[in-house]
Every structure is written in structure tokens, then in C-alpha cells.
Design a protein. Sequence first.
Length: 508
Amino acid sequence: MSSESLNLPFVEKYRPKVLDDFVGNKLIVKEIERWLRNWNQEKKKVILLVGPAGVGKTSVALYLARKYNYEYIEVNASDKRNKKAVELLVGKASTEGTVLQGGTVRKMIIVDEADGLFGNQDRGGGKALEKAIKGTQIPIIVTANDVEAKSLSSAKRHMKIVEFHHLTIDEIIELLKRIVKKENLTIDDEVLLDIAKNSSGDARSALNDLESIALKDSLSVDVKFEFSQRNQEQKLNQALSKIYYAKSLESARKAIEGLDVDYRELLNYVDEHSYKQAKSPKELDNMYSLIAEADFYLSQAYLTQNWIFLKYFFVFISSVGLMKTSPYKQVRYTFPSYWAKIGRLRMKEAKLTSIIKKSKSKFHCSSSQFKQDIYPYLRSIFKNDAKMAAGIATWLNLEEAETDYLTEKNANQTKLIQEYMDELYVDFVKEVTLSSPSSKVTPLISHFEEEKRDEETEELNVEKSKKKKKEKNTESTAQKSKDSKVKEMQKKQKRNKKQQPSLDEFFN
């Protein structure tokens, strides 16, 4: 598995790549695949995948595009909700060419969340989609949660409609167990059952919950993961909608009344989704200024344990929607990516710490000196000079993940450095072998292992020295104690001798 995939969220990392990766809806996947294989003979050139969130609609489209080598354009309708965007990204691409059997380049369009186009509010996006569908010369796969959405009313009659169903609890558990095994996680079956029950058939939600537990465990956070029922999540979704839809301070305040949710979780949800509601940079700036104020007062409440600060937090967080004048946008509220970001940040810090630890003794400097004076040049070398970087990586005994970190995840550069490192190792082996007078080739120990052996020997010597010093101190203490007892006995004998009467005194 590549180092890049290690940093991906579970939702992307375990997106299905083969048919067996799908859980549930497999017959539907096969039906869509038949439609694509026979696309030239199909009457309807566009297929609409309808179903609840997290059942694999987008995953199916991406899986088929990769399997049949389609060059695809993905349009998220909820992000580019206007006529111009749809016409440019869908209309033009759909008329650029036909799909020919045996052709070298085949094209496809994937329109995700098409029910995010709301009639006149999107300035003609729905009509532009219908126009593109009528004249398409390449396959178009459209996904939507609601088949009755107004934006699809005119376009759906030109589409083949396929409906997905919610995933069952057993299907969700099967998926979770598969990932737990691949990630080497230790999670009780009871916890997996709770995740599955509370996912309401949404695989995306289940994977986010699982990743949240995994990250909290890896960060050594002593926290008991408590699942809220989906009706509580629906209350949170409703509260978020009311916050962004609010037209007055009173309606904004009522949006969070009676909401039973952790305050930090509420802050993370608002922080995660506010940018989707902002239409202009000014709106975005105003909204996140209030979020910053809310964050400040919430932090003060927890730090000082003075809960009067919470009333200011509630005012600022509920008023975020009042900072926008553009119409409310209906979006899907997903689990905040806060923990995933923290996890990736900690992984980066761990790699840097490992590099510093290996470099300090080589460069004879402190950690702060290395970070300030050497580290910037080291990164520049690894990004621009693969051959020199290979020599340094060999000298420092860096692993591939650490090399990848220094190249800023440039896969090609990392691969080149590894190739140079392999060449250096081969040259080293040849040099040692040719210089050996013996006809028999003795087992070679690489310089990496030699350095490790020297370090272990040094540590062992230090341990022996400490042990000898401790034994010497113990012997010294015992001898002092013995000498002290002897002196005490001698003093006692002298005192007794003085107290004993002489013979003359005894007879007189």
C-alpha cells in the first residue's frame, strides 16, 4: 500500500476497486455494468442512480469508469449549481465524441448529487443538464438521493432509472470487519454492531464512525465512544439547516434550543459546512469570524470552568447564518473531518520526530538546531537532487516513508531516490566482496546493520557501567554499615569496661 493511501480517510481509502469489495446492491451493480457494456445499443444513453446516502452510487460509477478504462469528468452538482458550470462541464464534454468499440480513448461524465440543482434557484442548471442529456455522445451516469427532486423533473424522462436500497446491518458489519482486519484494529464486535445499527444503512457514516474510534485509540485518548441514535443526528442536521436558514437573531437562537449534543461537536459541524453556504469571499469571512469568536468563548469556558462564557458561544455559533445574504443551499451534512486531520498531522509529526532522532547524532547538533539550520536544506536536497538525497538517506538510514515525507510526497522523486539507494547498496556489496581475500564469500552485514549493532553495543556498555556503579555503591554502603556497627560495638565495650569495678573496689 502506498504512503499516500495511508493518509486517506477510510471512505476514500476503501472505496470499492473490484466487484467483491461492494457490500449489498451487487445485482444492481451488475445491471449498471450491463447497461454500460451495451451502451451503443441502449435507447437511453444516461443512467440515473437513485438511493439514500452512503449506499455506493458514486463508488459504482467510479469503479466502472476505471474497470473499462474510461476517461471521466466528475461534476458535483451541489458545488457547481448553476447553468454555466453544467453547460461547460457537461454540455461541451458530452458532445466531444462517440464511444467506439476498441477505441483508444473513451469518455464518460459522472454527475454527482444531481438533486442539488434546484430549478430556477440554480439559474437553469436543470435545463442545461436536460439539454446535455439529449445530445450526449458518451455515457453519463447521474446520482441523486431524491428521484422526485424538482431539478430532475424534466431530465429524468430521458434516463434509465436504477434504485439502490439501504444496506442491512449484516452488510455494514461485514464491511467494518473487513476494514478492521486490514487496519489491524482491536475493536469489540459489540462496538461494530452499535456502529452498524446507528448508521441507518449508510456505509459512509459507518466508516467515519469507525475511523473516529481508530484515530482516538491511536492518539491515546482515553475516551469512551458513545453513539448517538440517528434521530439525534437528524436533530443536529435540522439545527444546522435552521442556523443557515435563519433570518433573525430570535430564529437563530431557537435553532439550537434543546439540542442535546457536545458543544465542541456542534462547533466542528458548523466549521466543516459553513464554506458550502457562503457565496462570496465577504460572506465567508464574516461567517468564519463568528466561528472564531465562538471557538474563543468555548475554549475559555473549558479552560476556566466558568460556564457563563457559554451564553456568548451560543450567540455567536447560532448567528453564523445571519452573516450571509445569499439563498440557503441544501447540502448533505457529513461527519466532521477534524479527527482525521488531527490523525494525519500526528502521523507527519511522528515522521519528523523519527528523522530528527536519526539525524541528531550524525550532525552532532540538538533537535532545535537541526530544525532551524539543517532541516530546510535537507528538504530542498530531497526535492531537487535525488542522487545526493540517496546518499544522505543511506547515511541517515532513513526508511521509505521518511524519504517520502522529505520529498513532500512526490512519488516519482521518492522512487528515484530509492533506486539510487539500491545502486549504492549494490556498489557497497561489490566493493566489500572484491576486496575480500578469501575465496569463500562470507555473509555480509550492511552498514545499516553495523551501525545498529554499534548502537546496541554502546547501549549495552552503558547498561553494564550503570550496573557496576550500582553494585559498587551497594557494596560501599554495606561496608560503611559494617564499619559503623564495629565502631559502635567497640565504644560499647569501652563503656562497659569503665563501668566494671576493679578487684580492689570489689573487696573493699
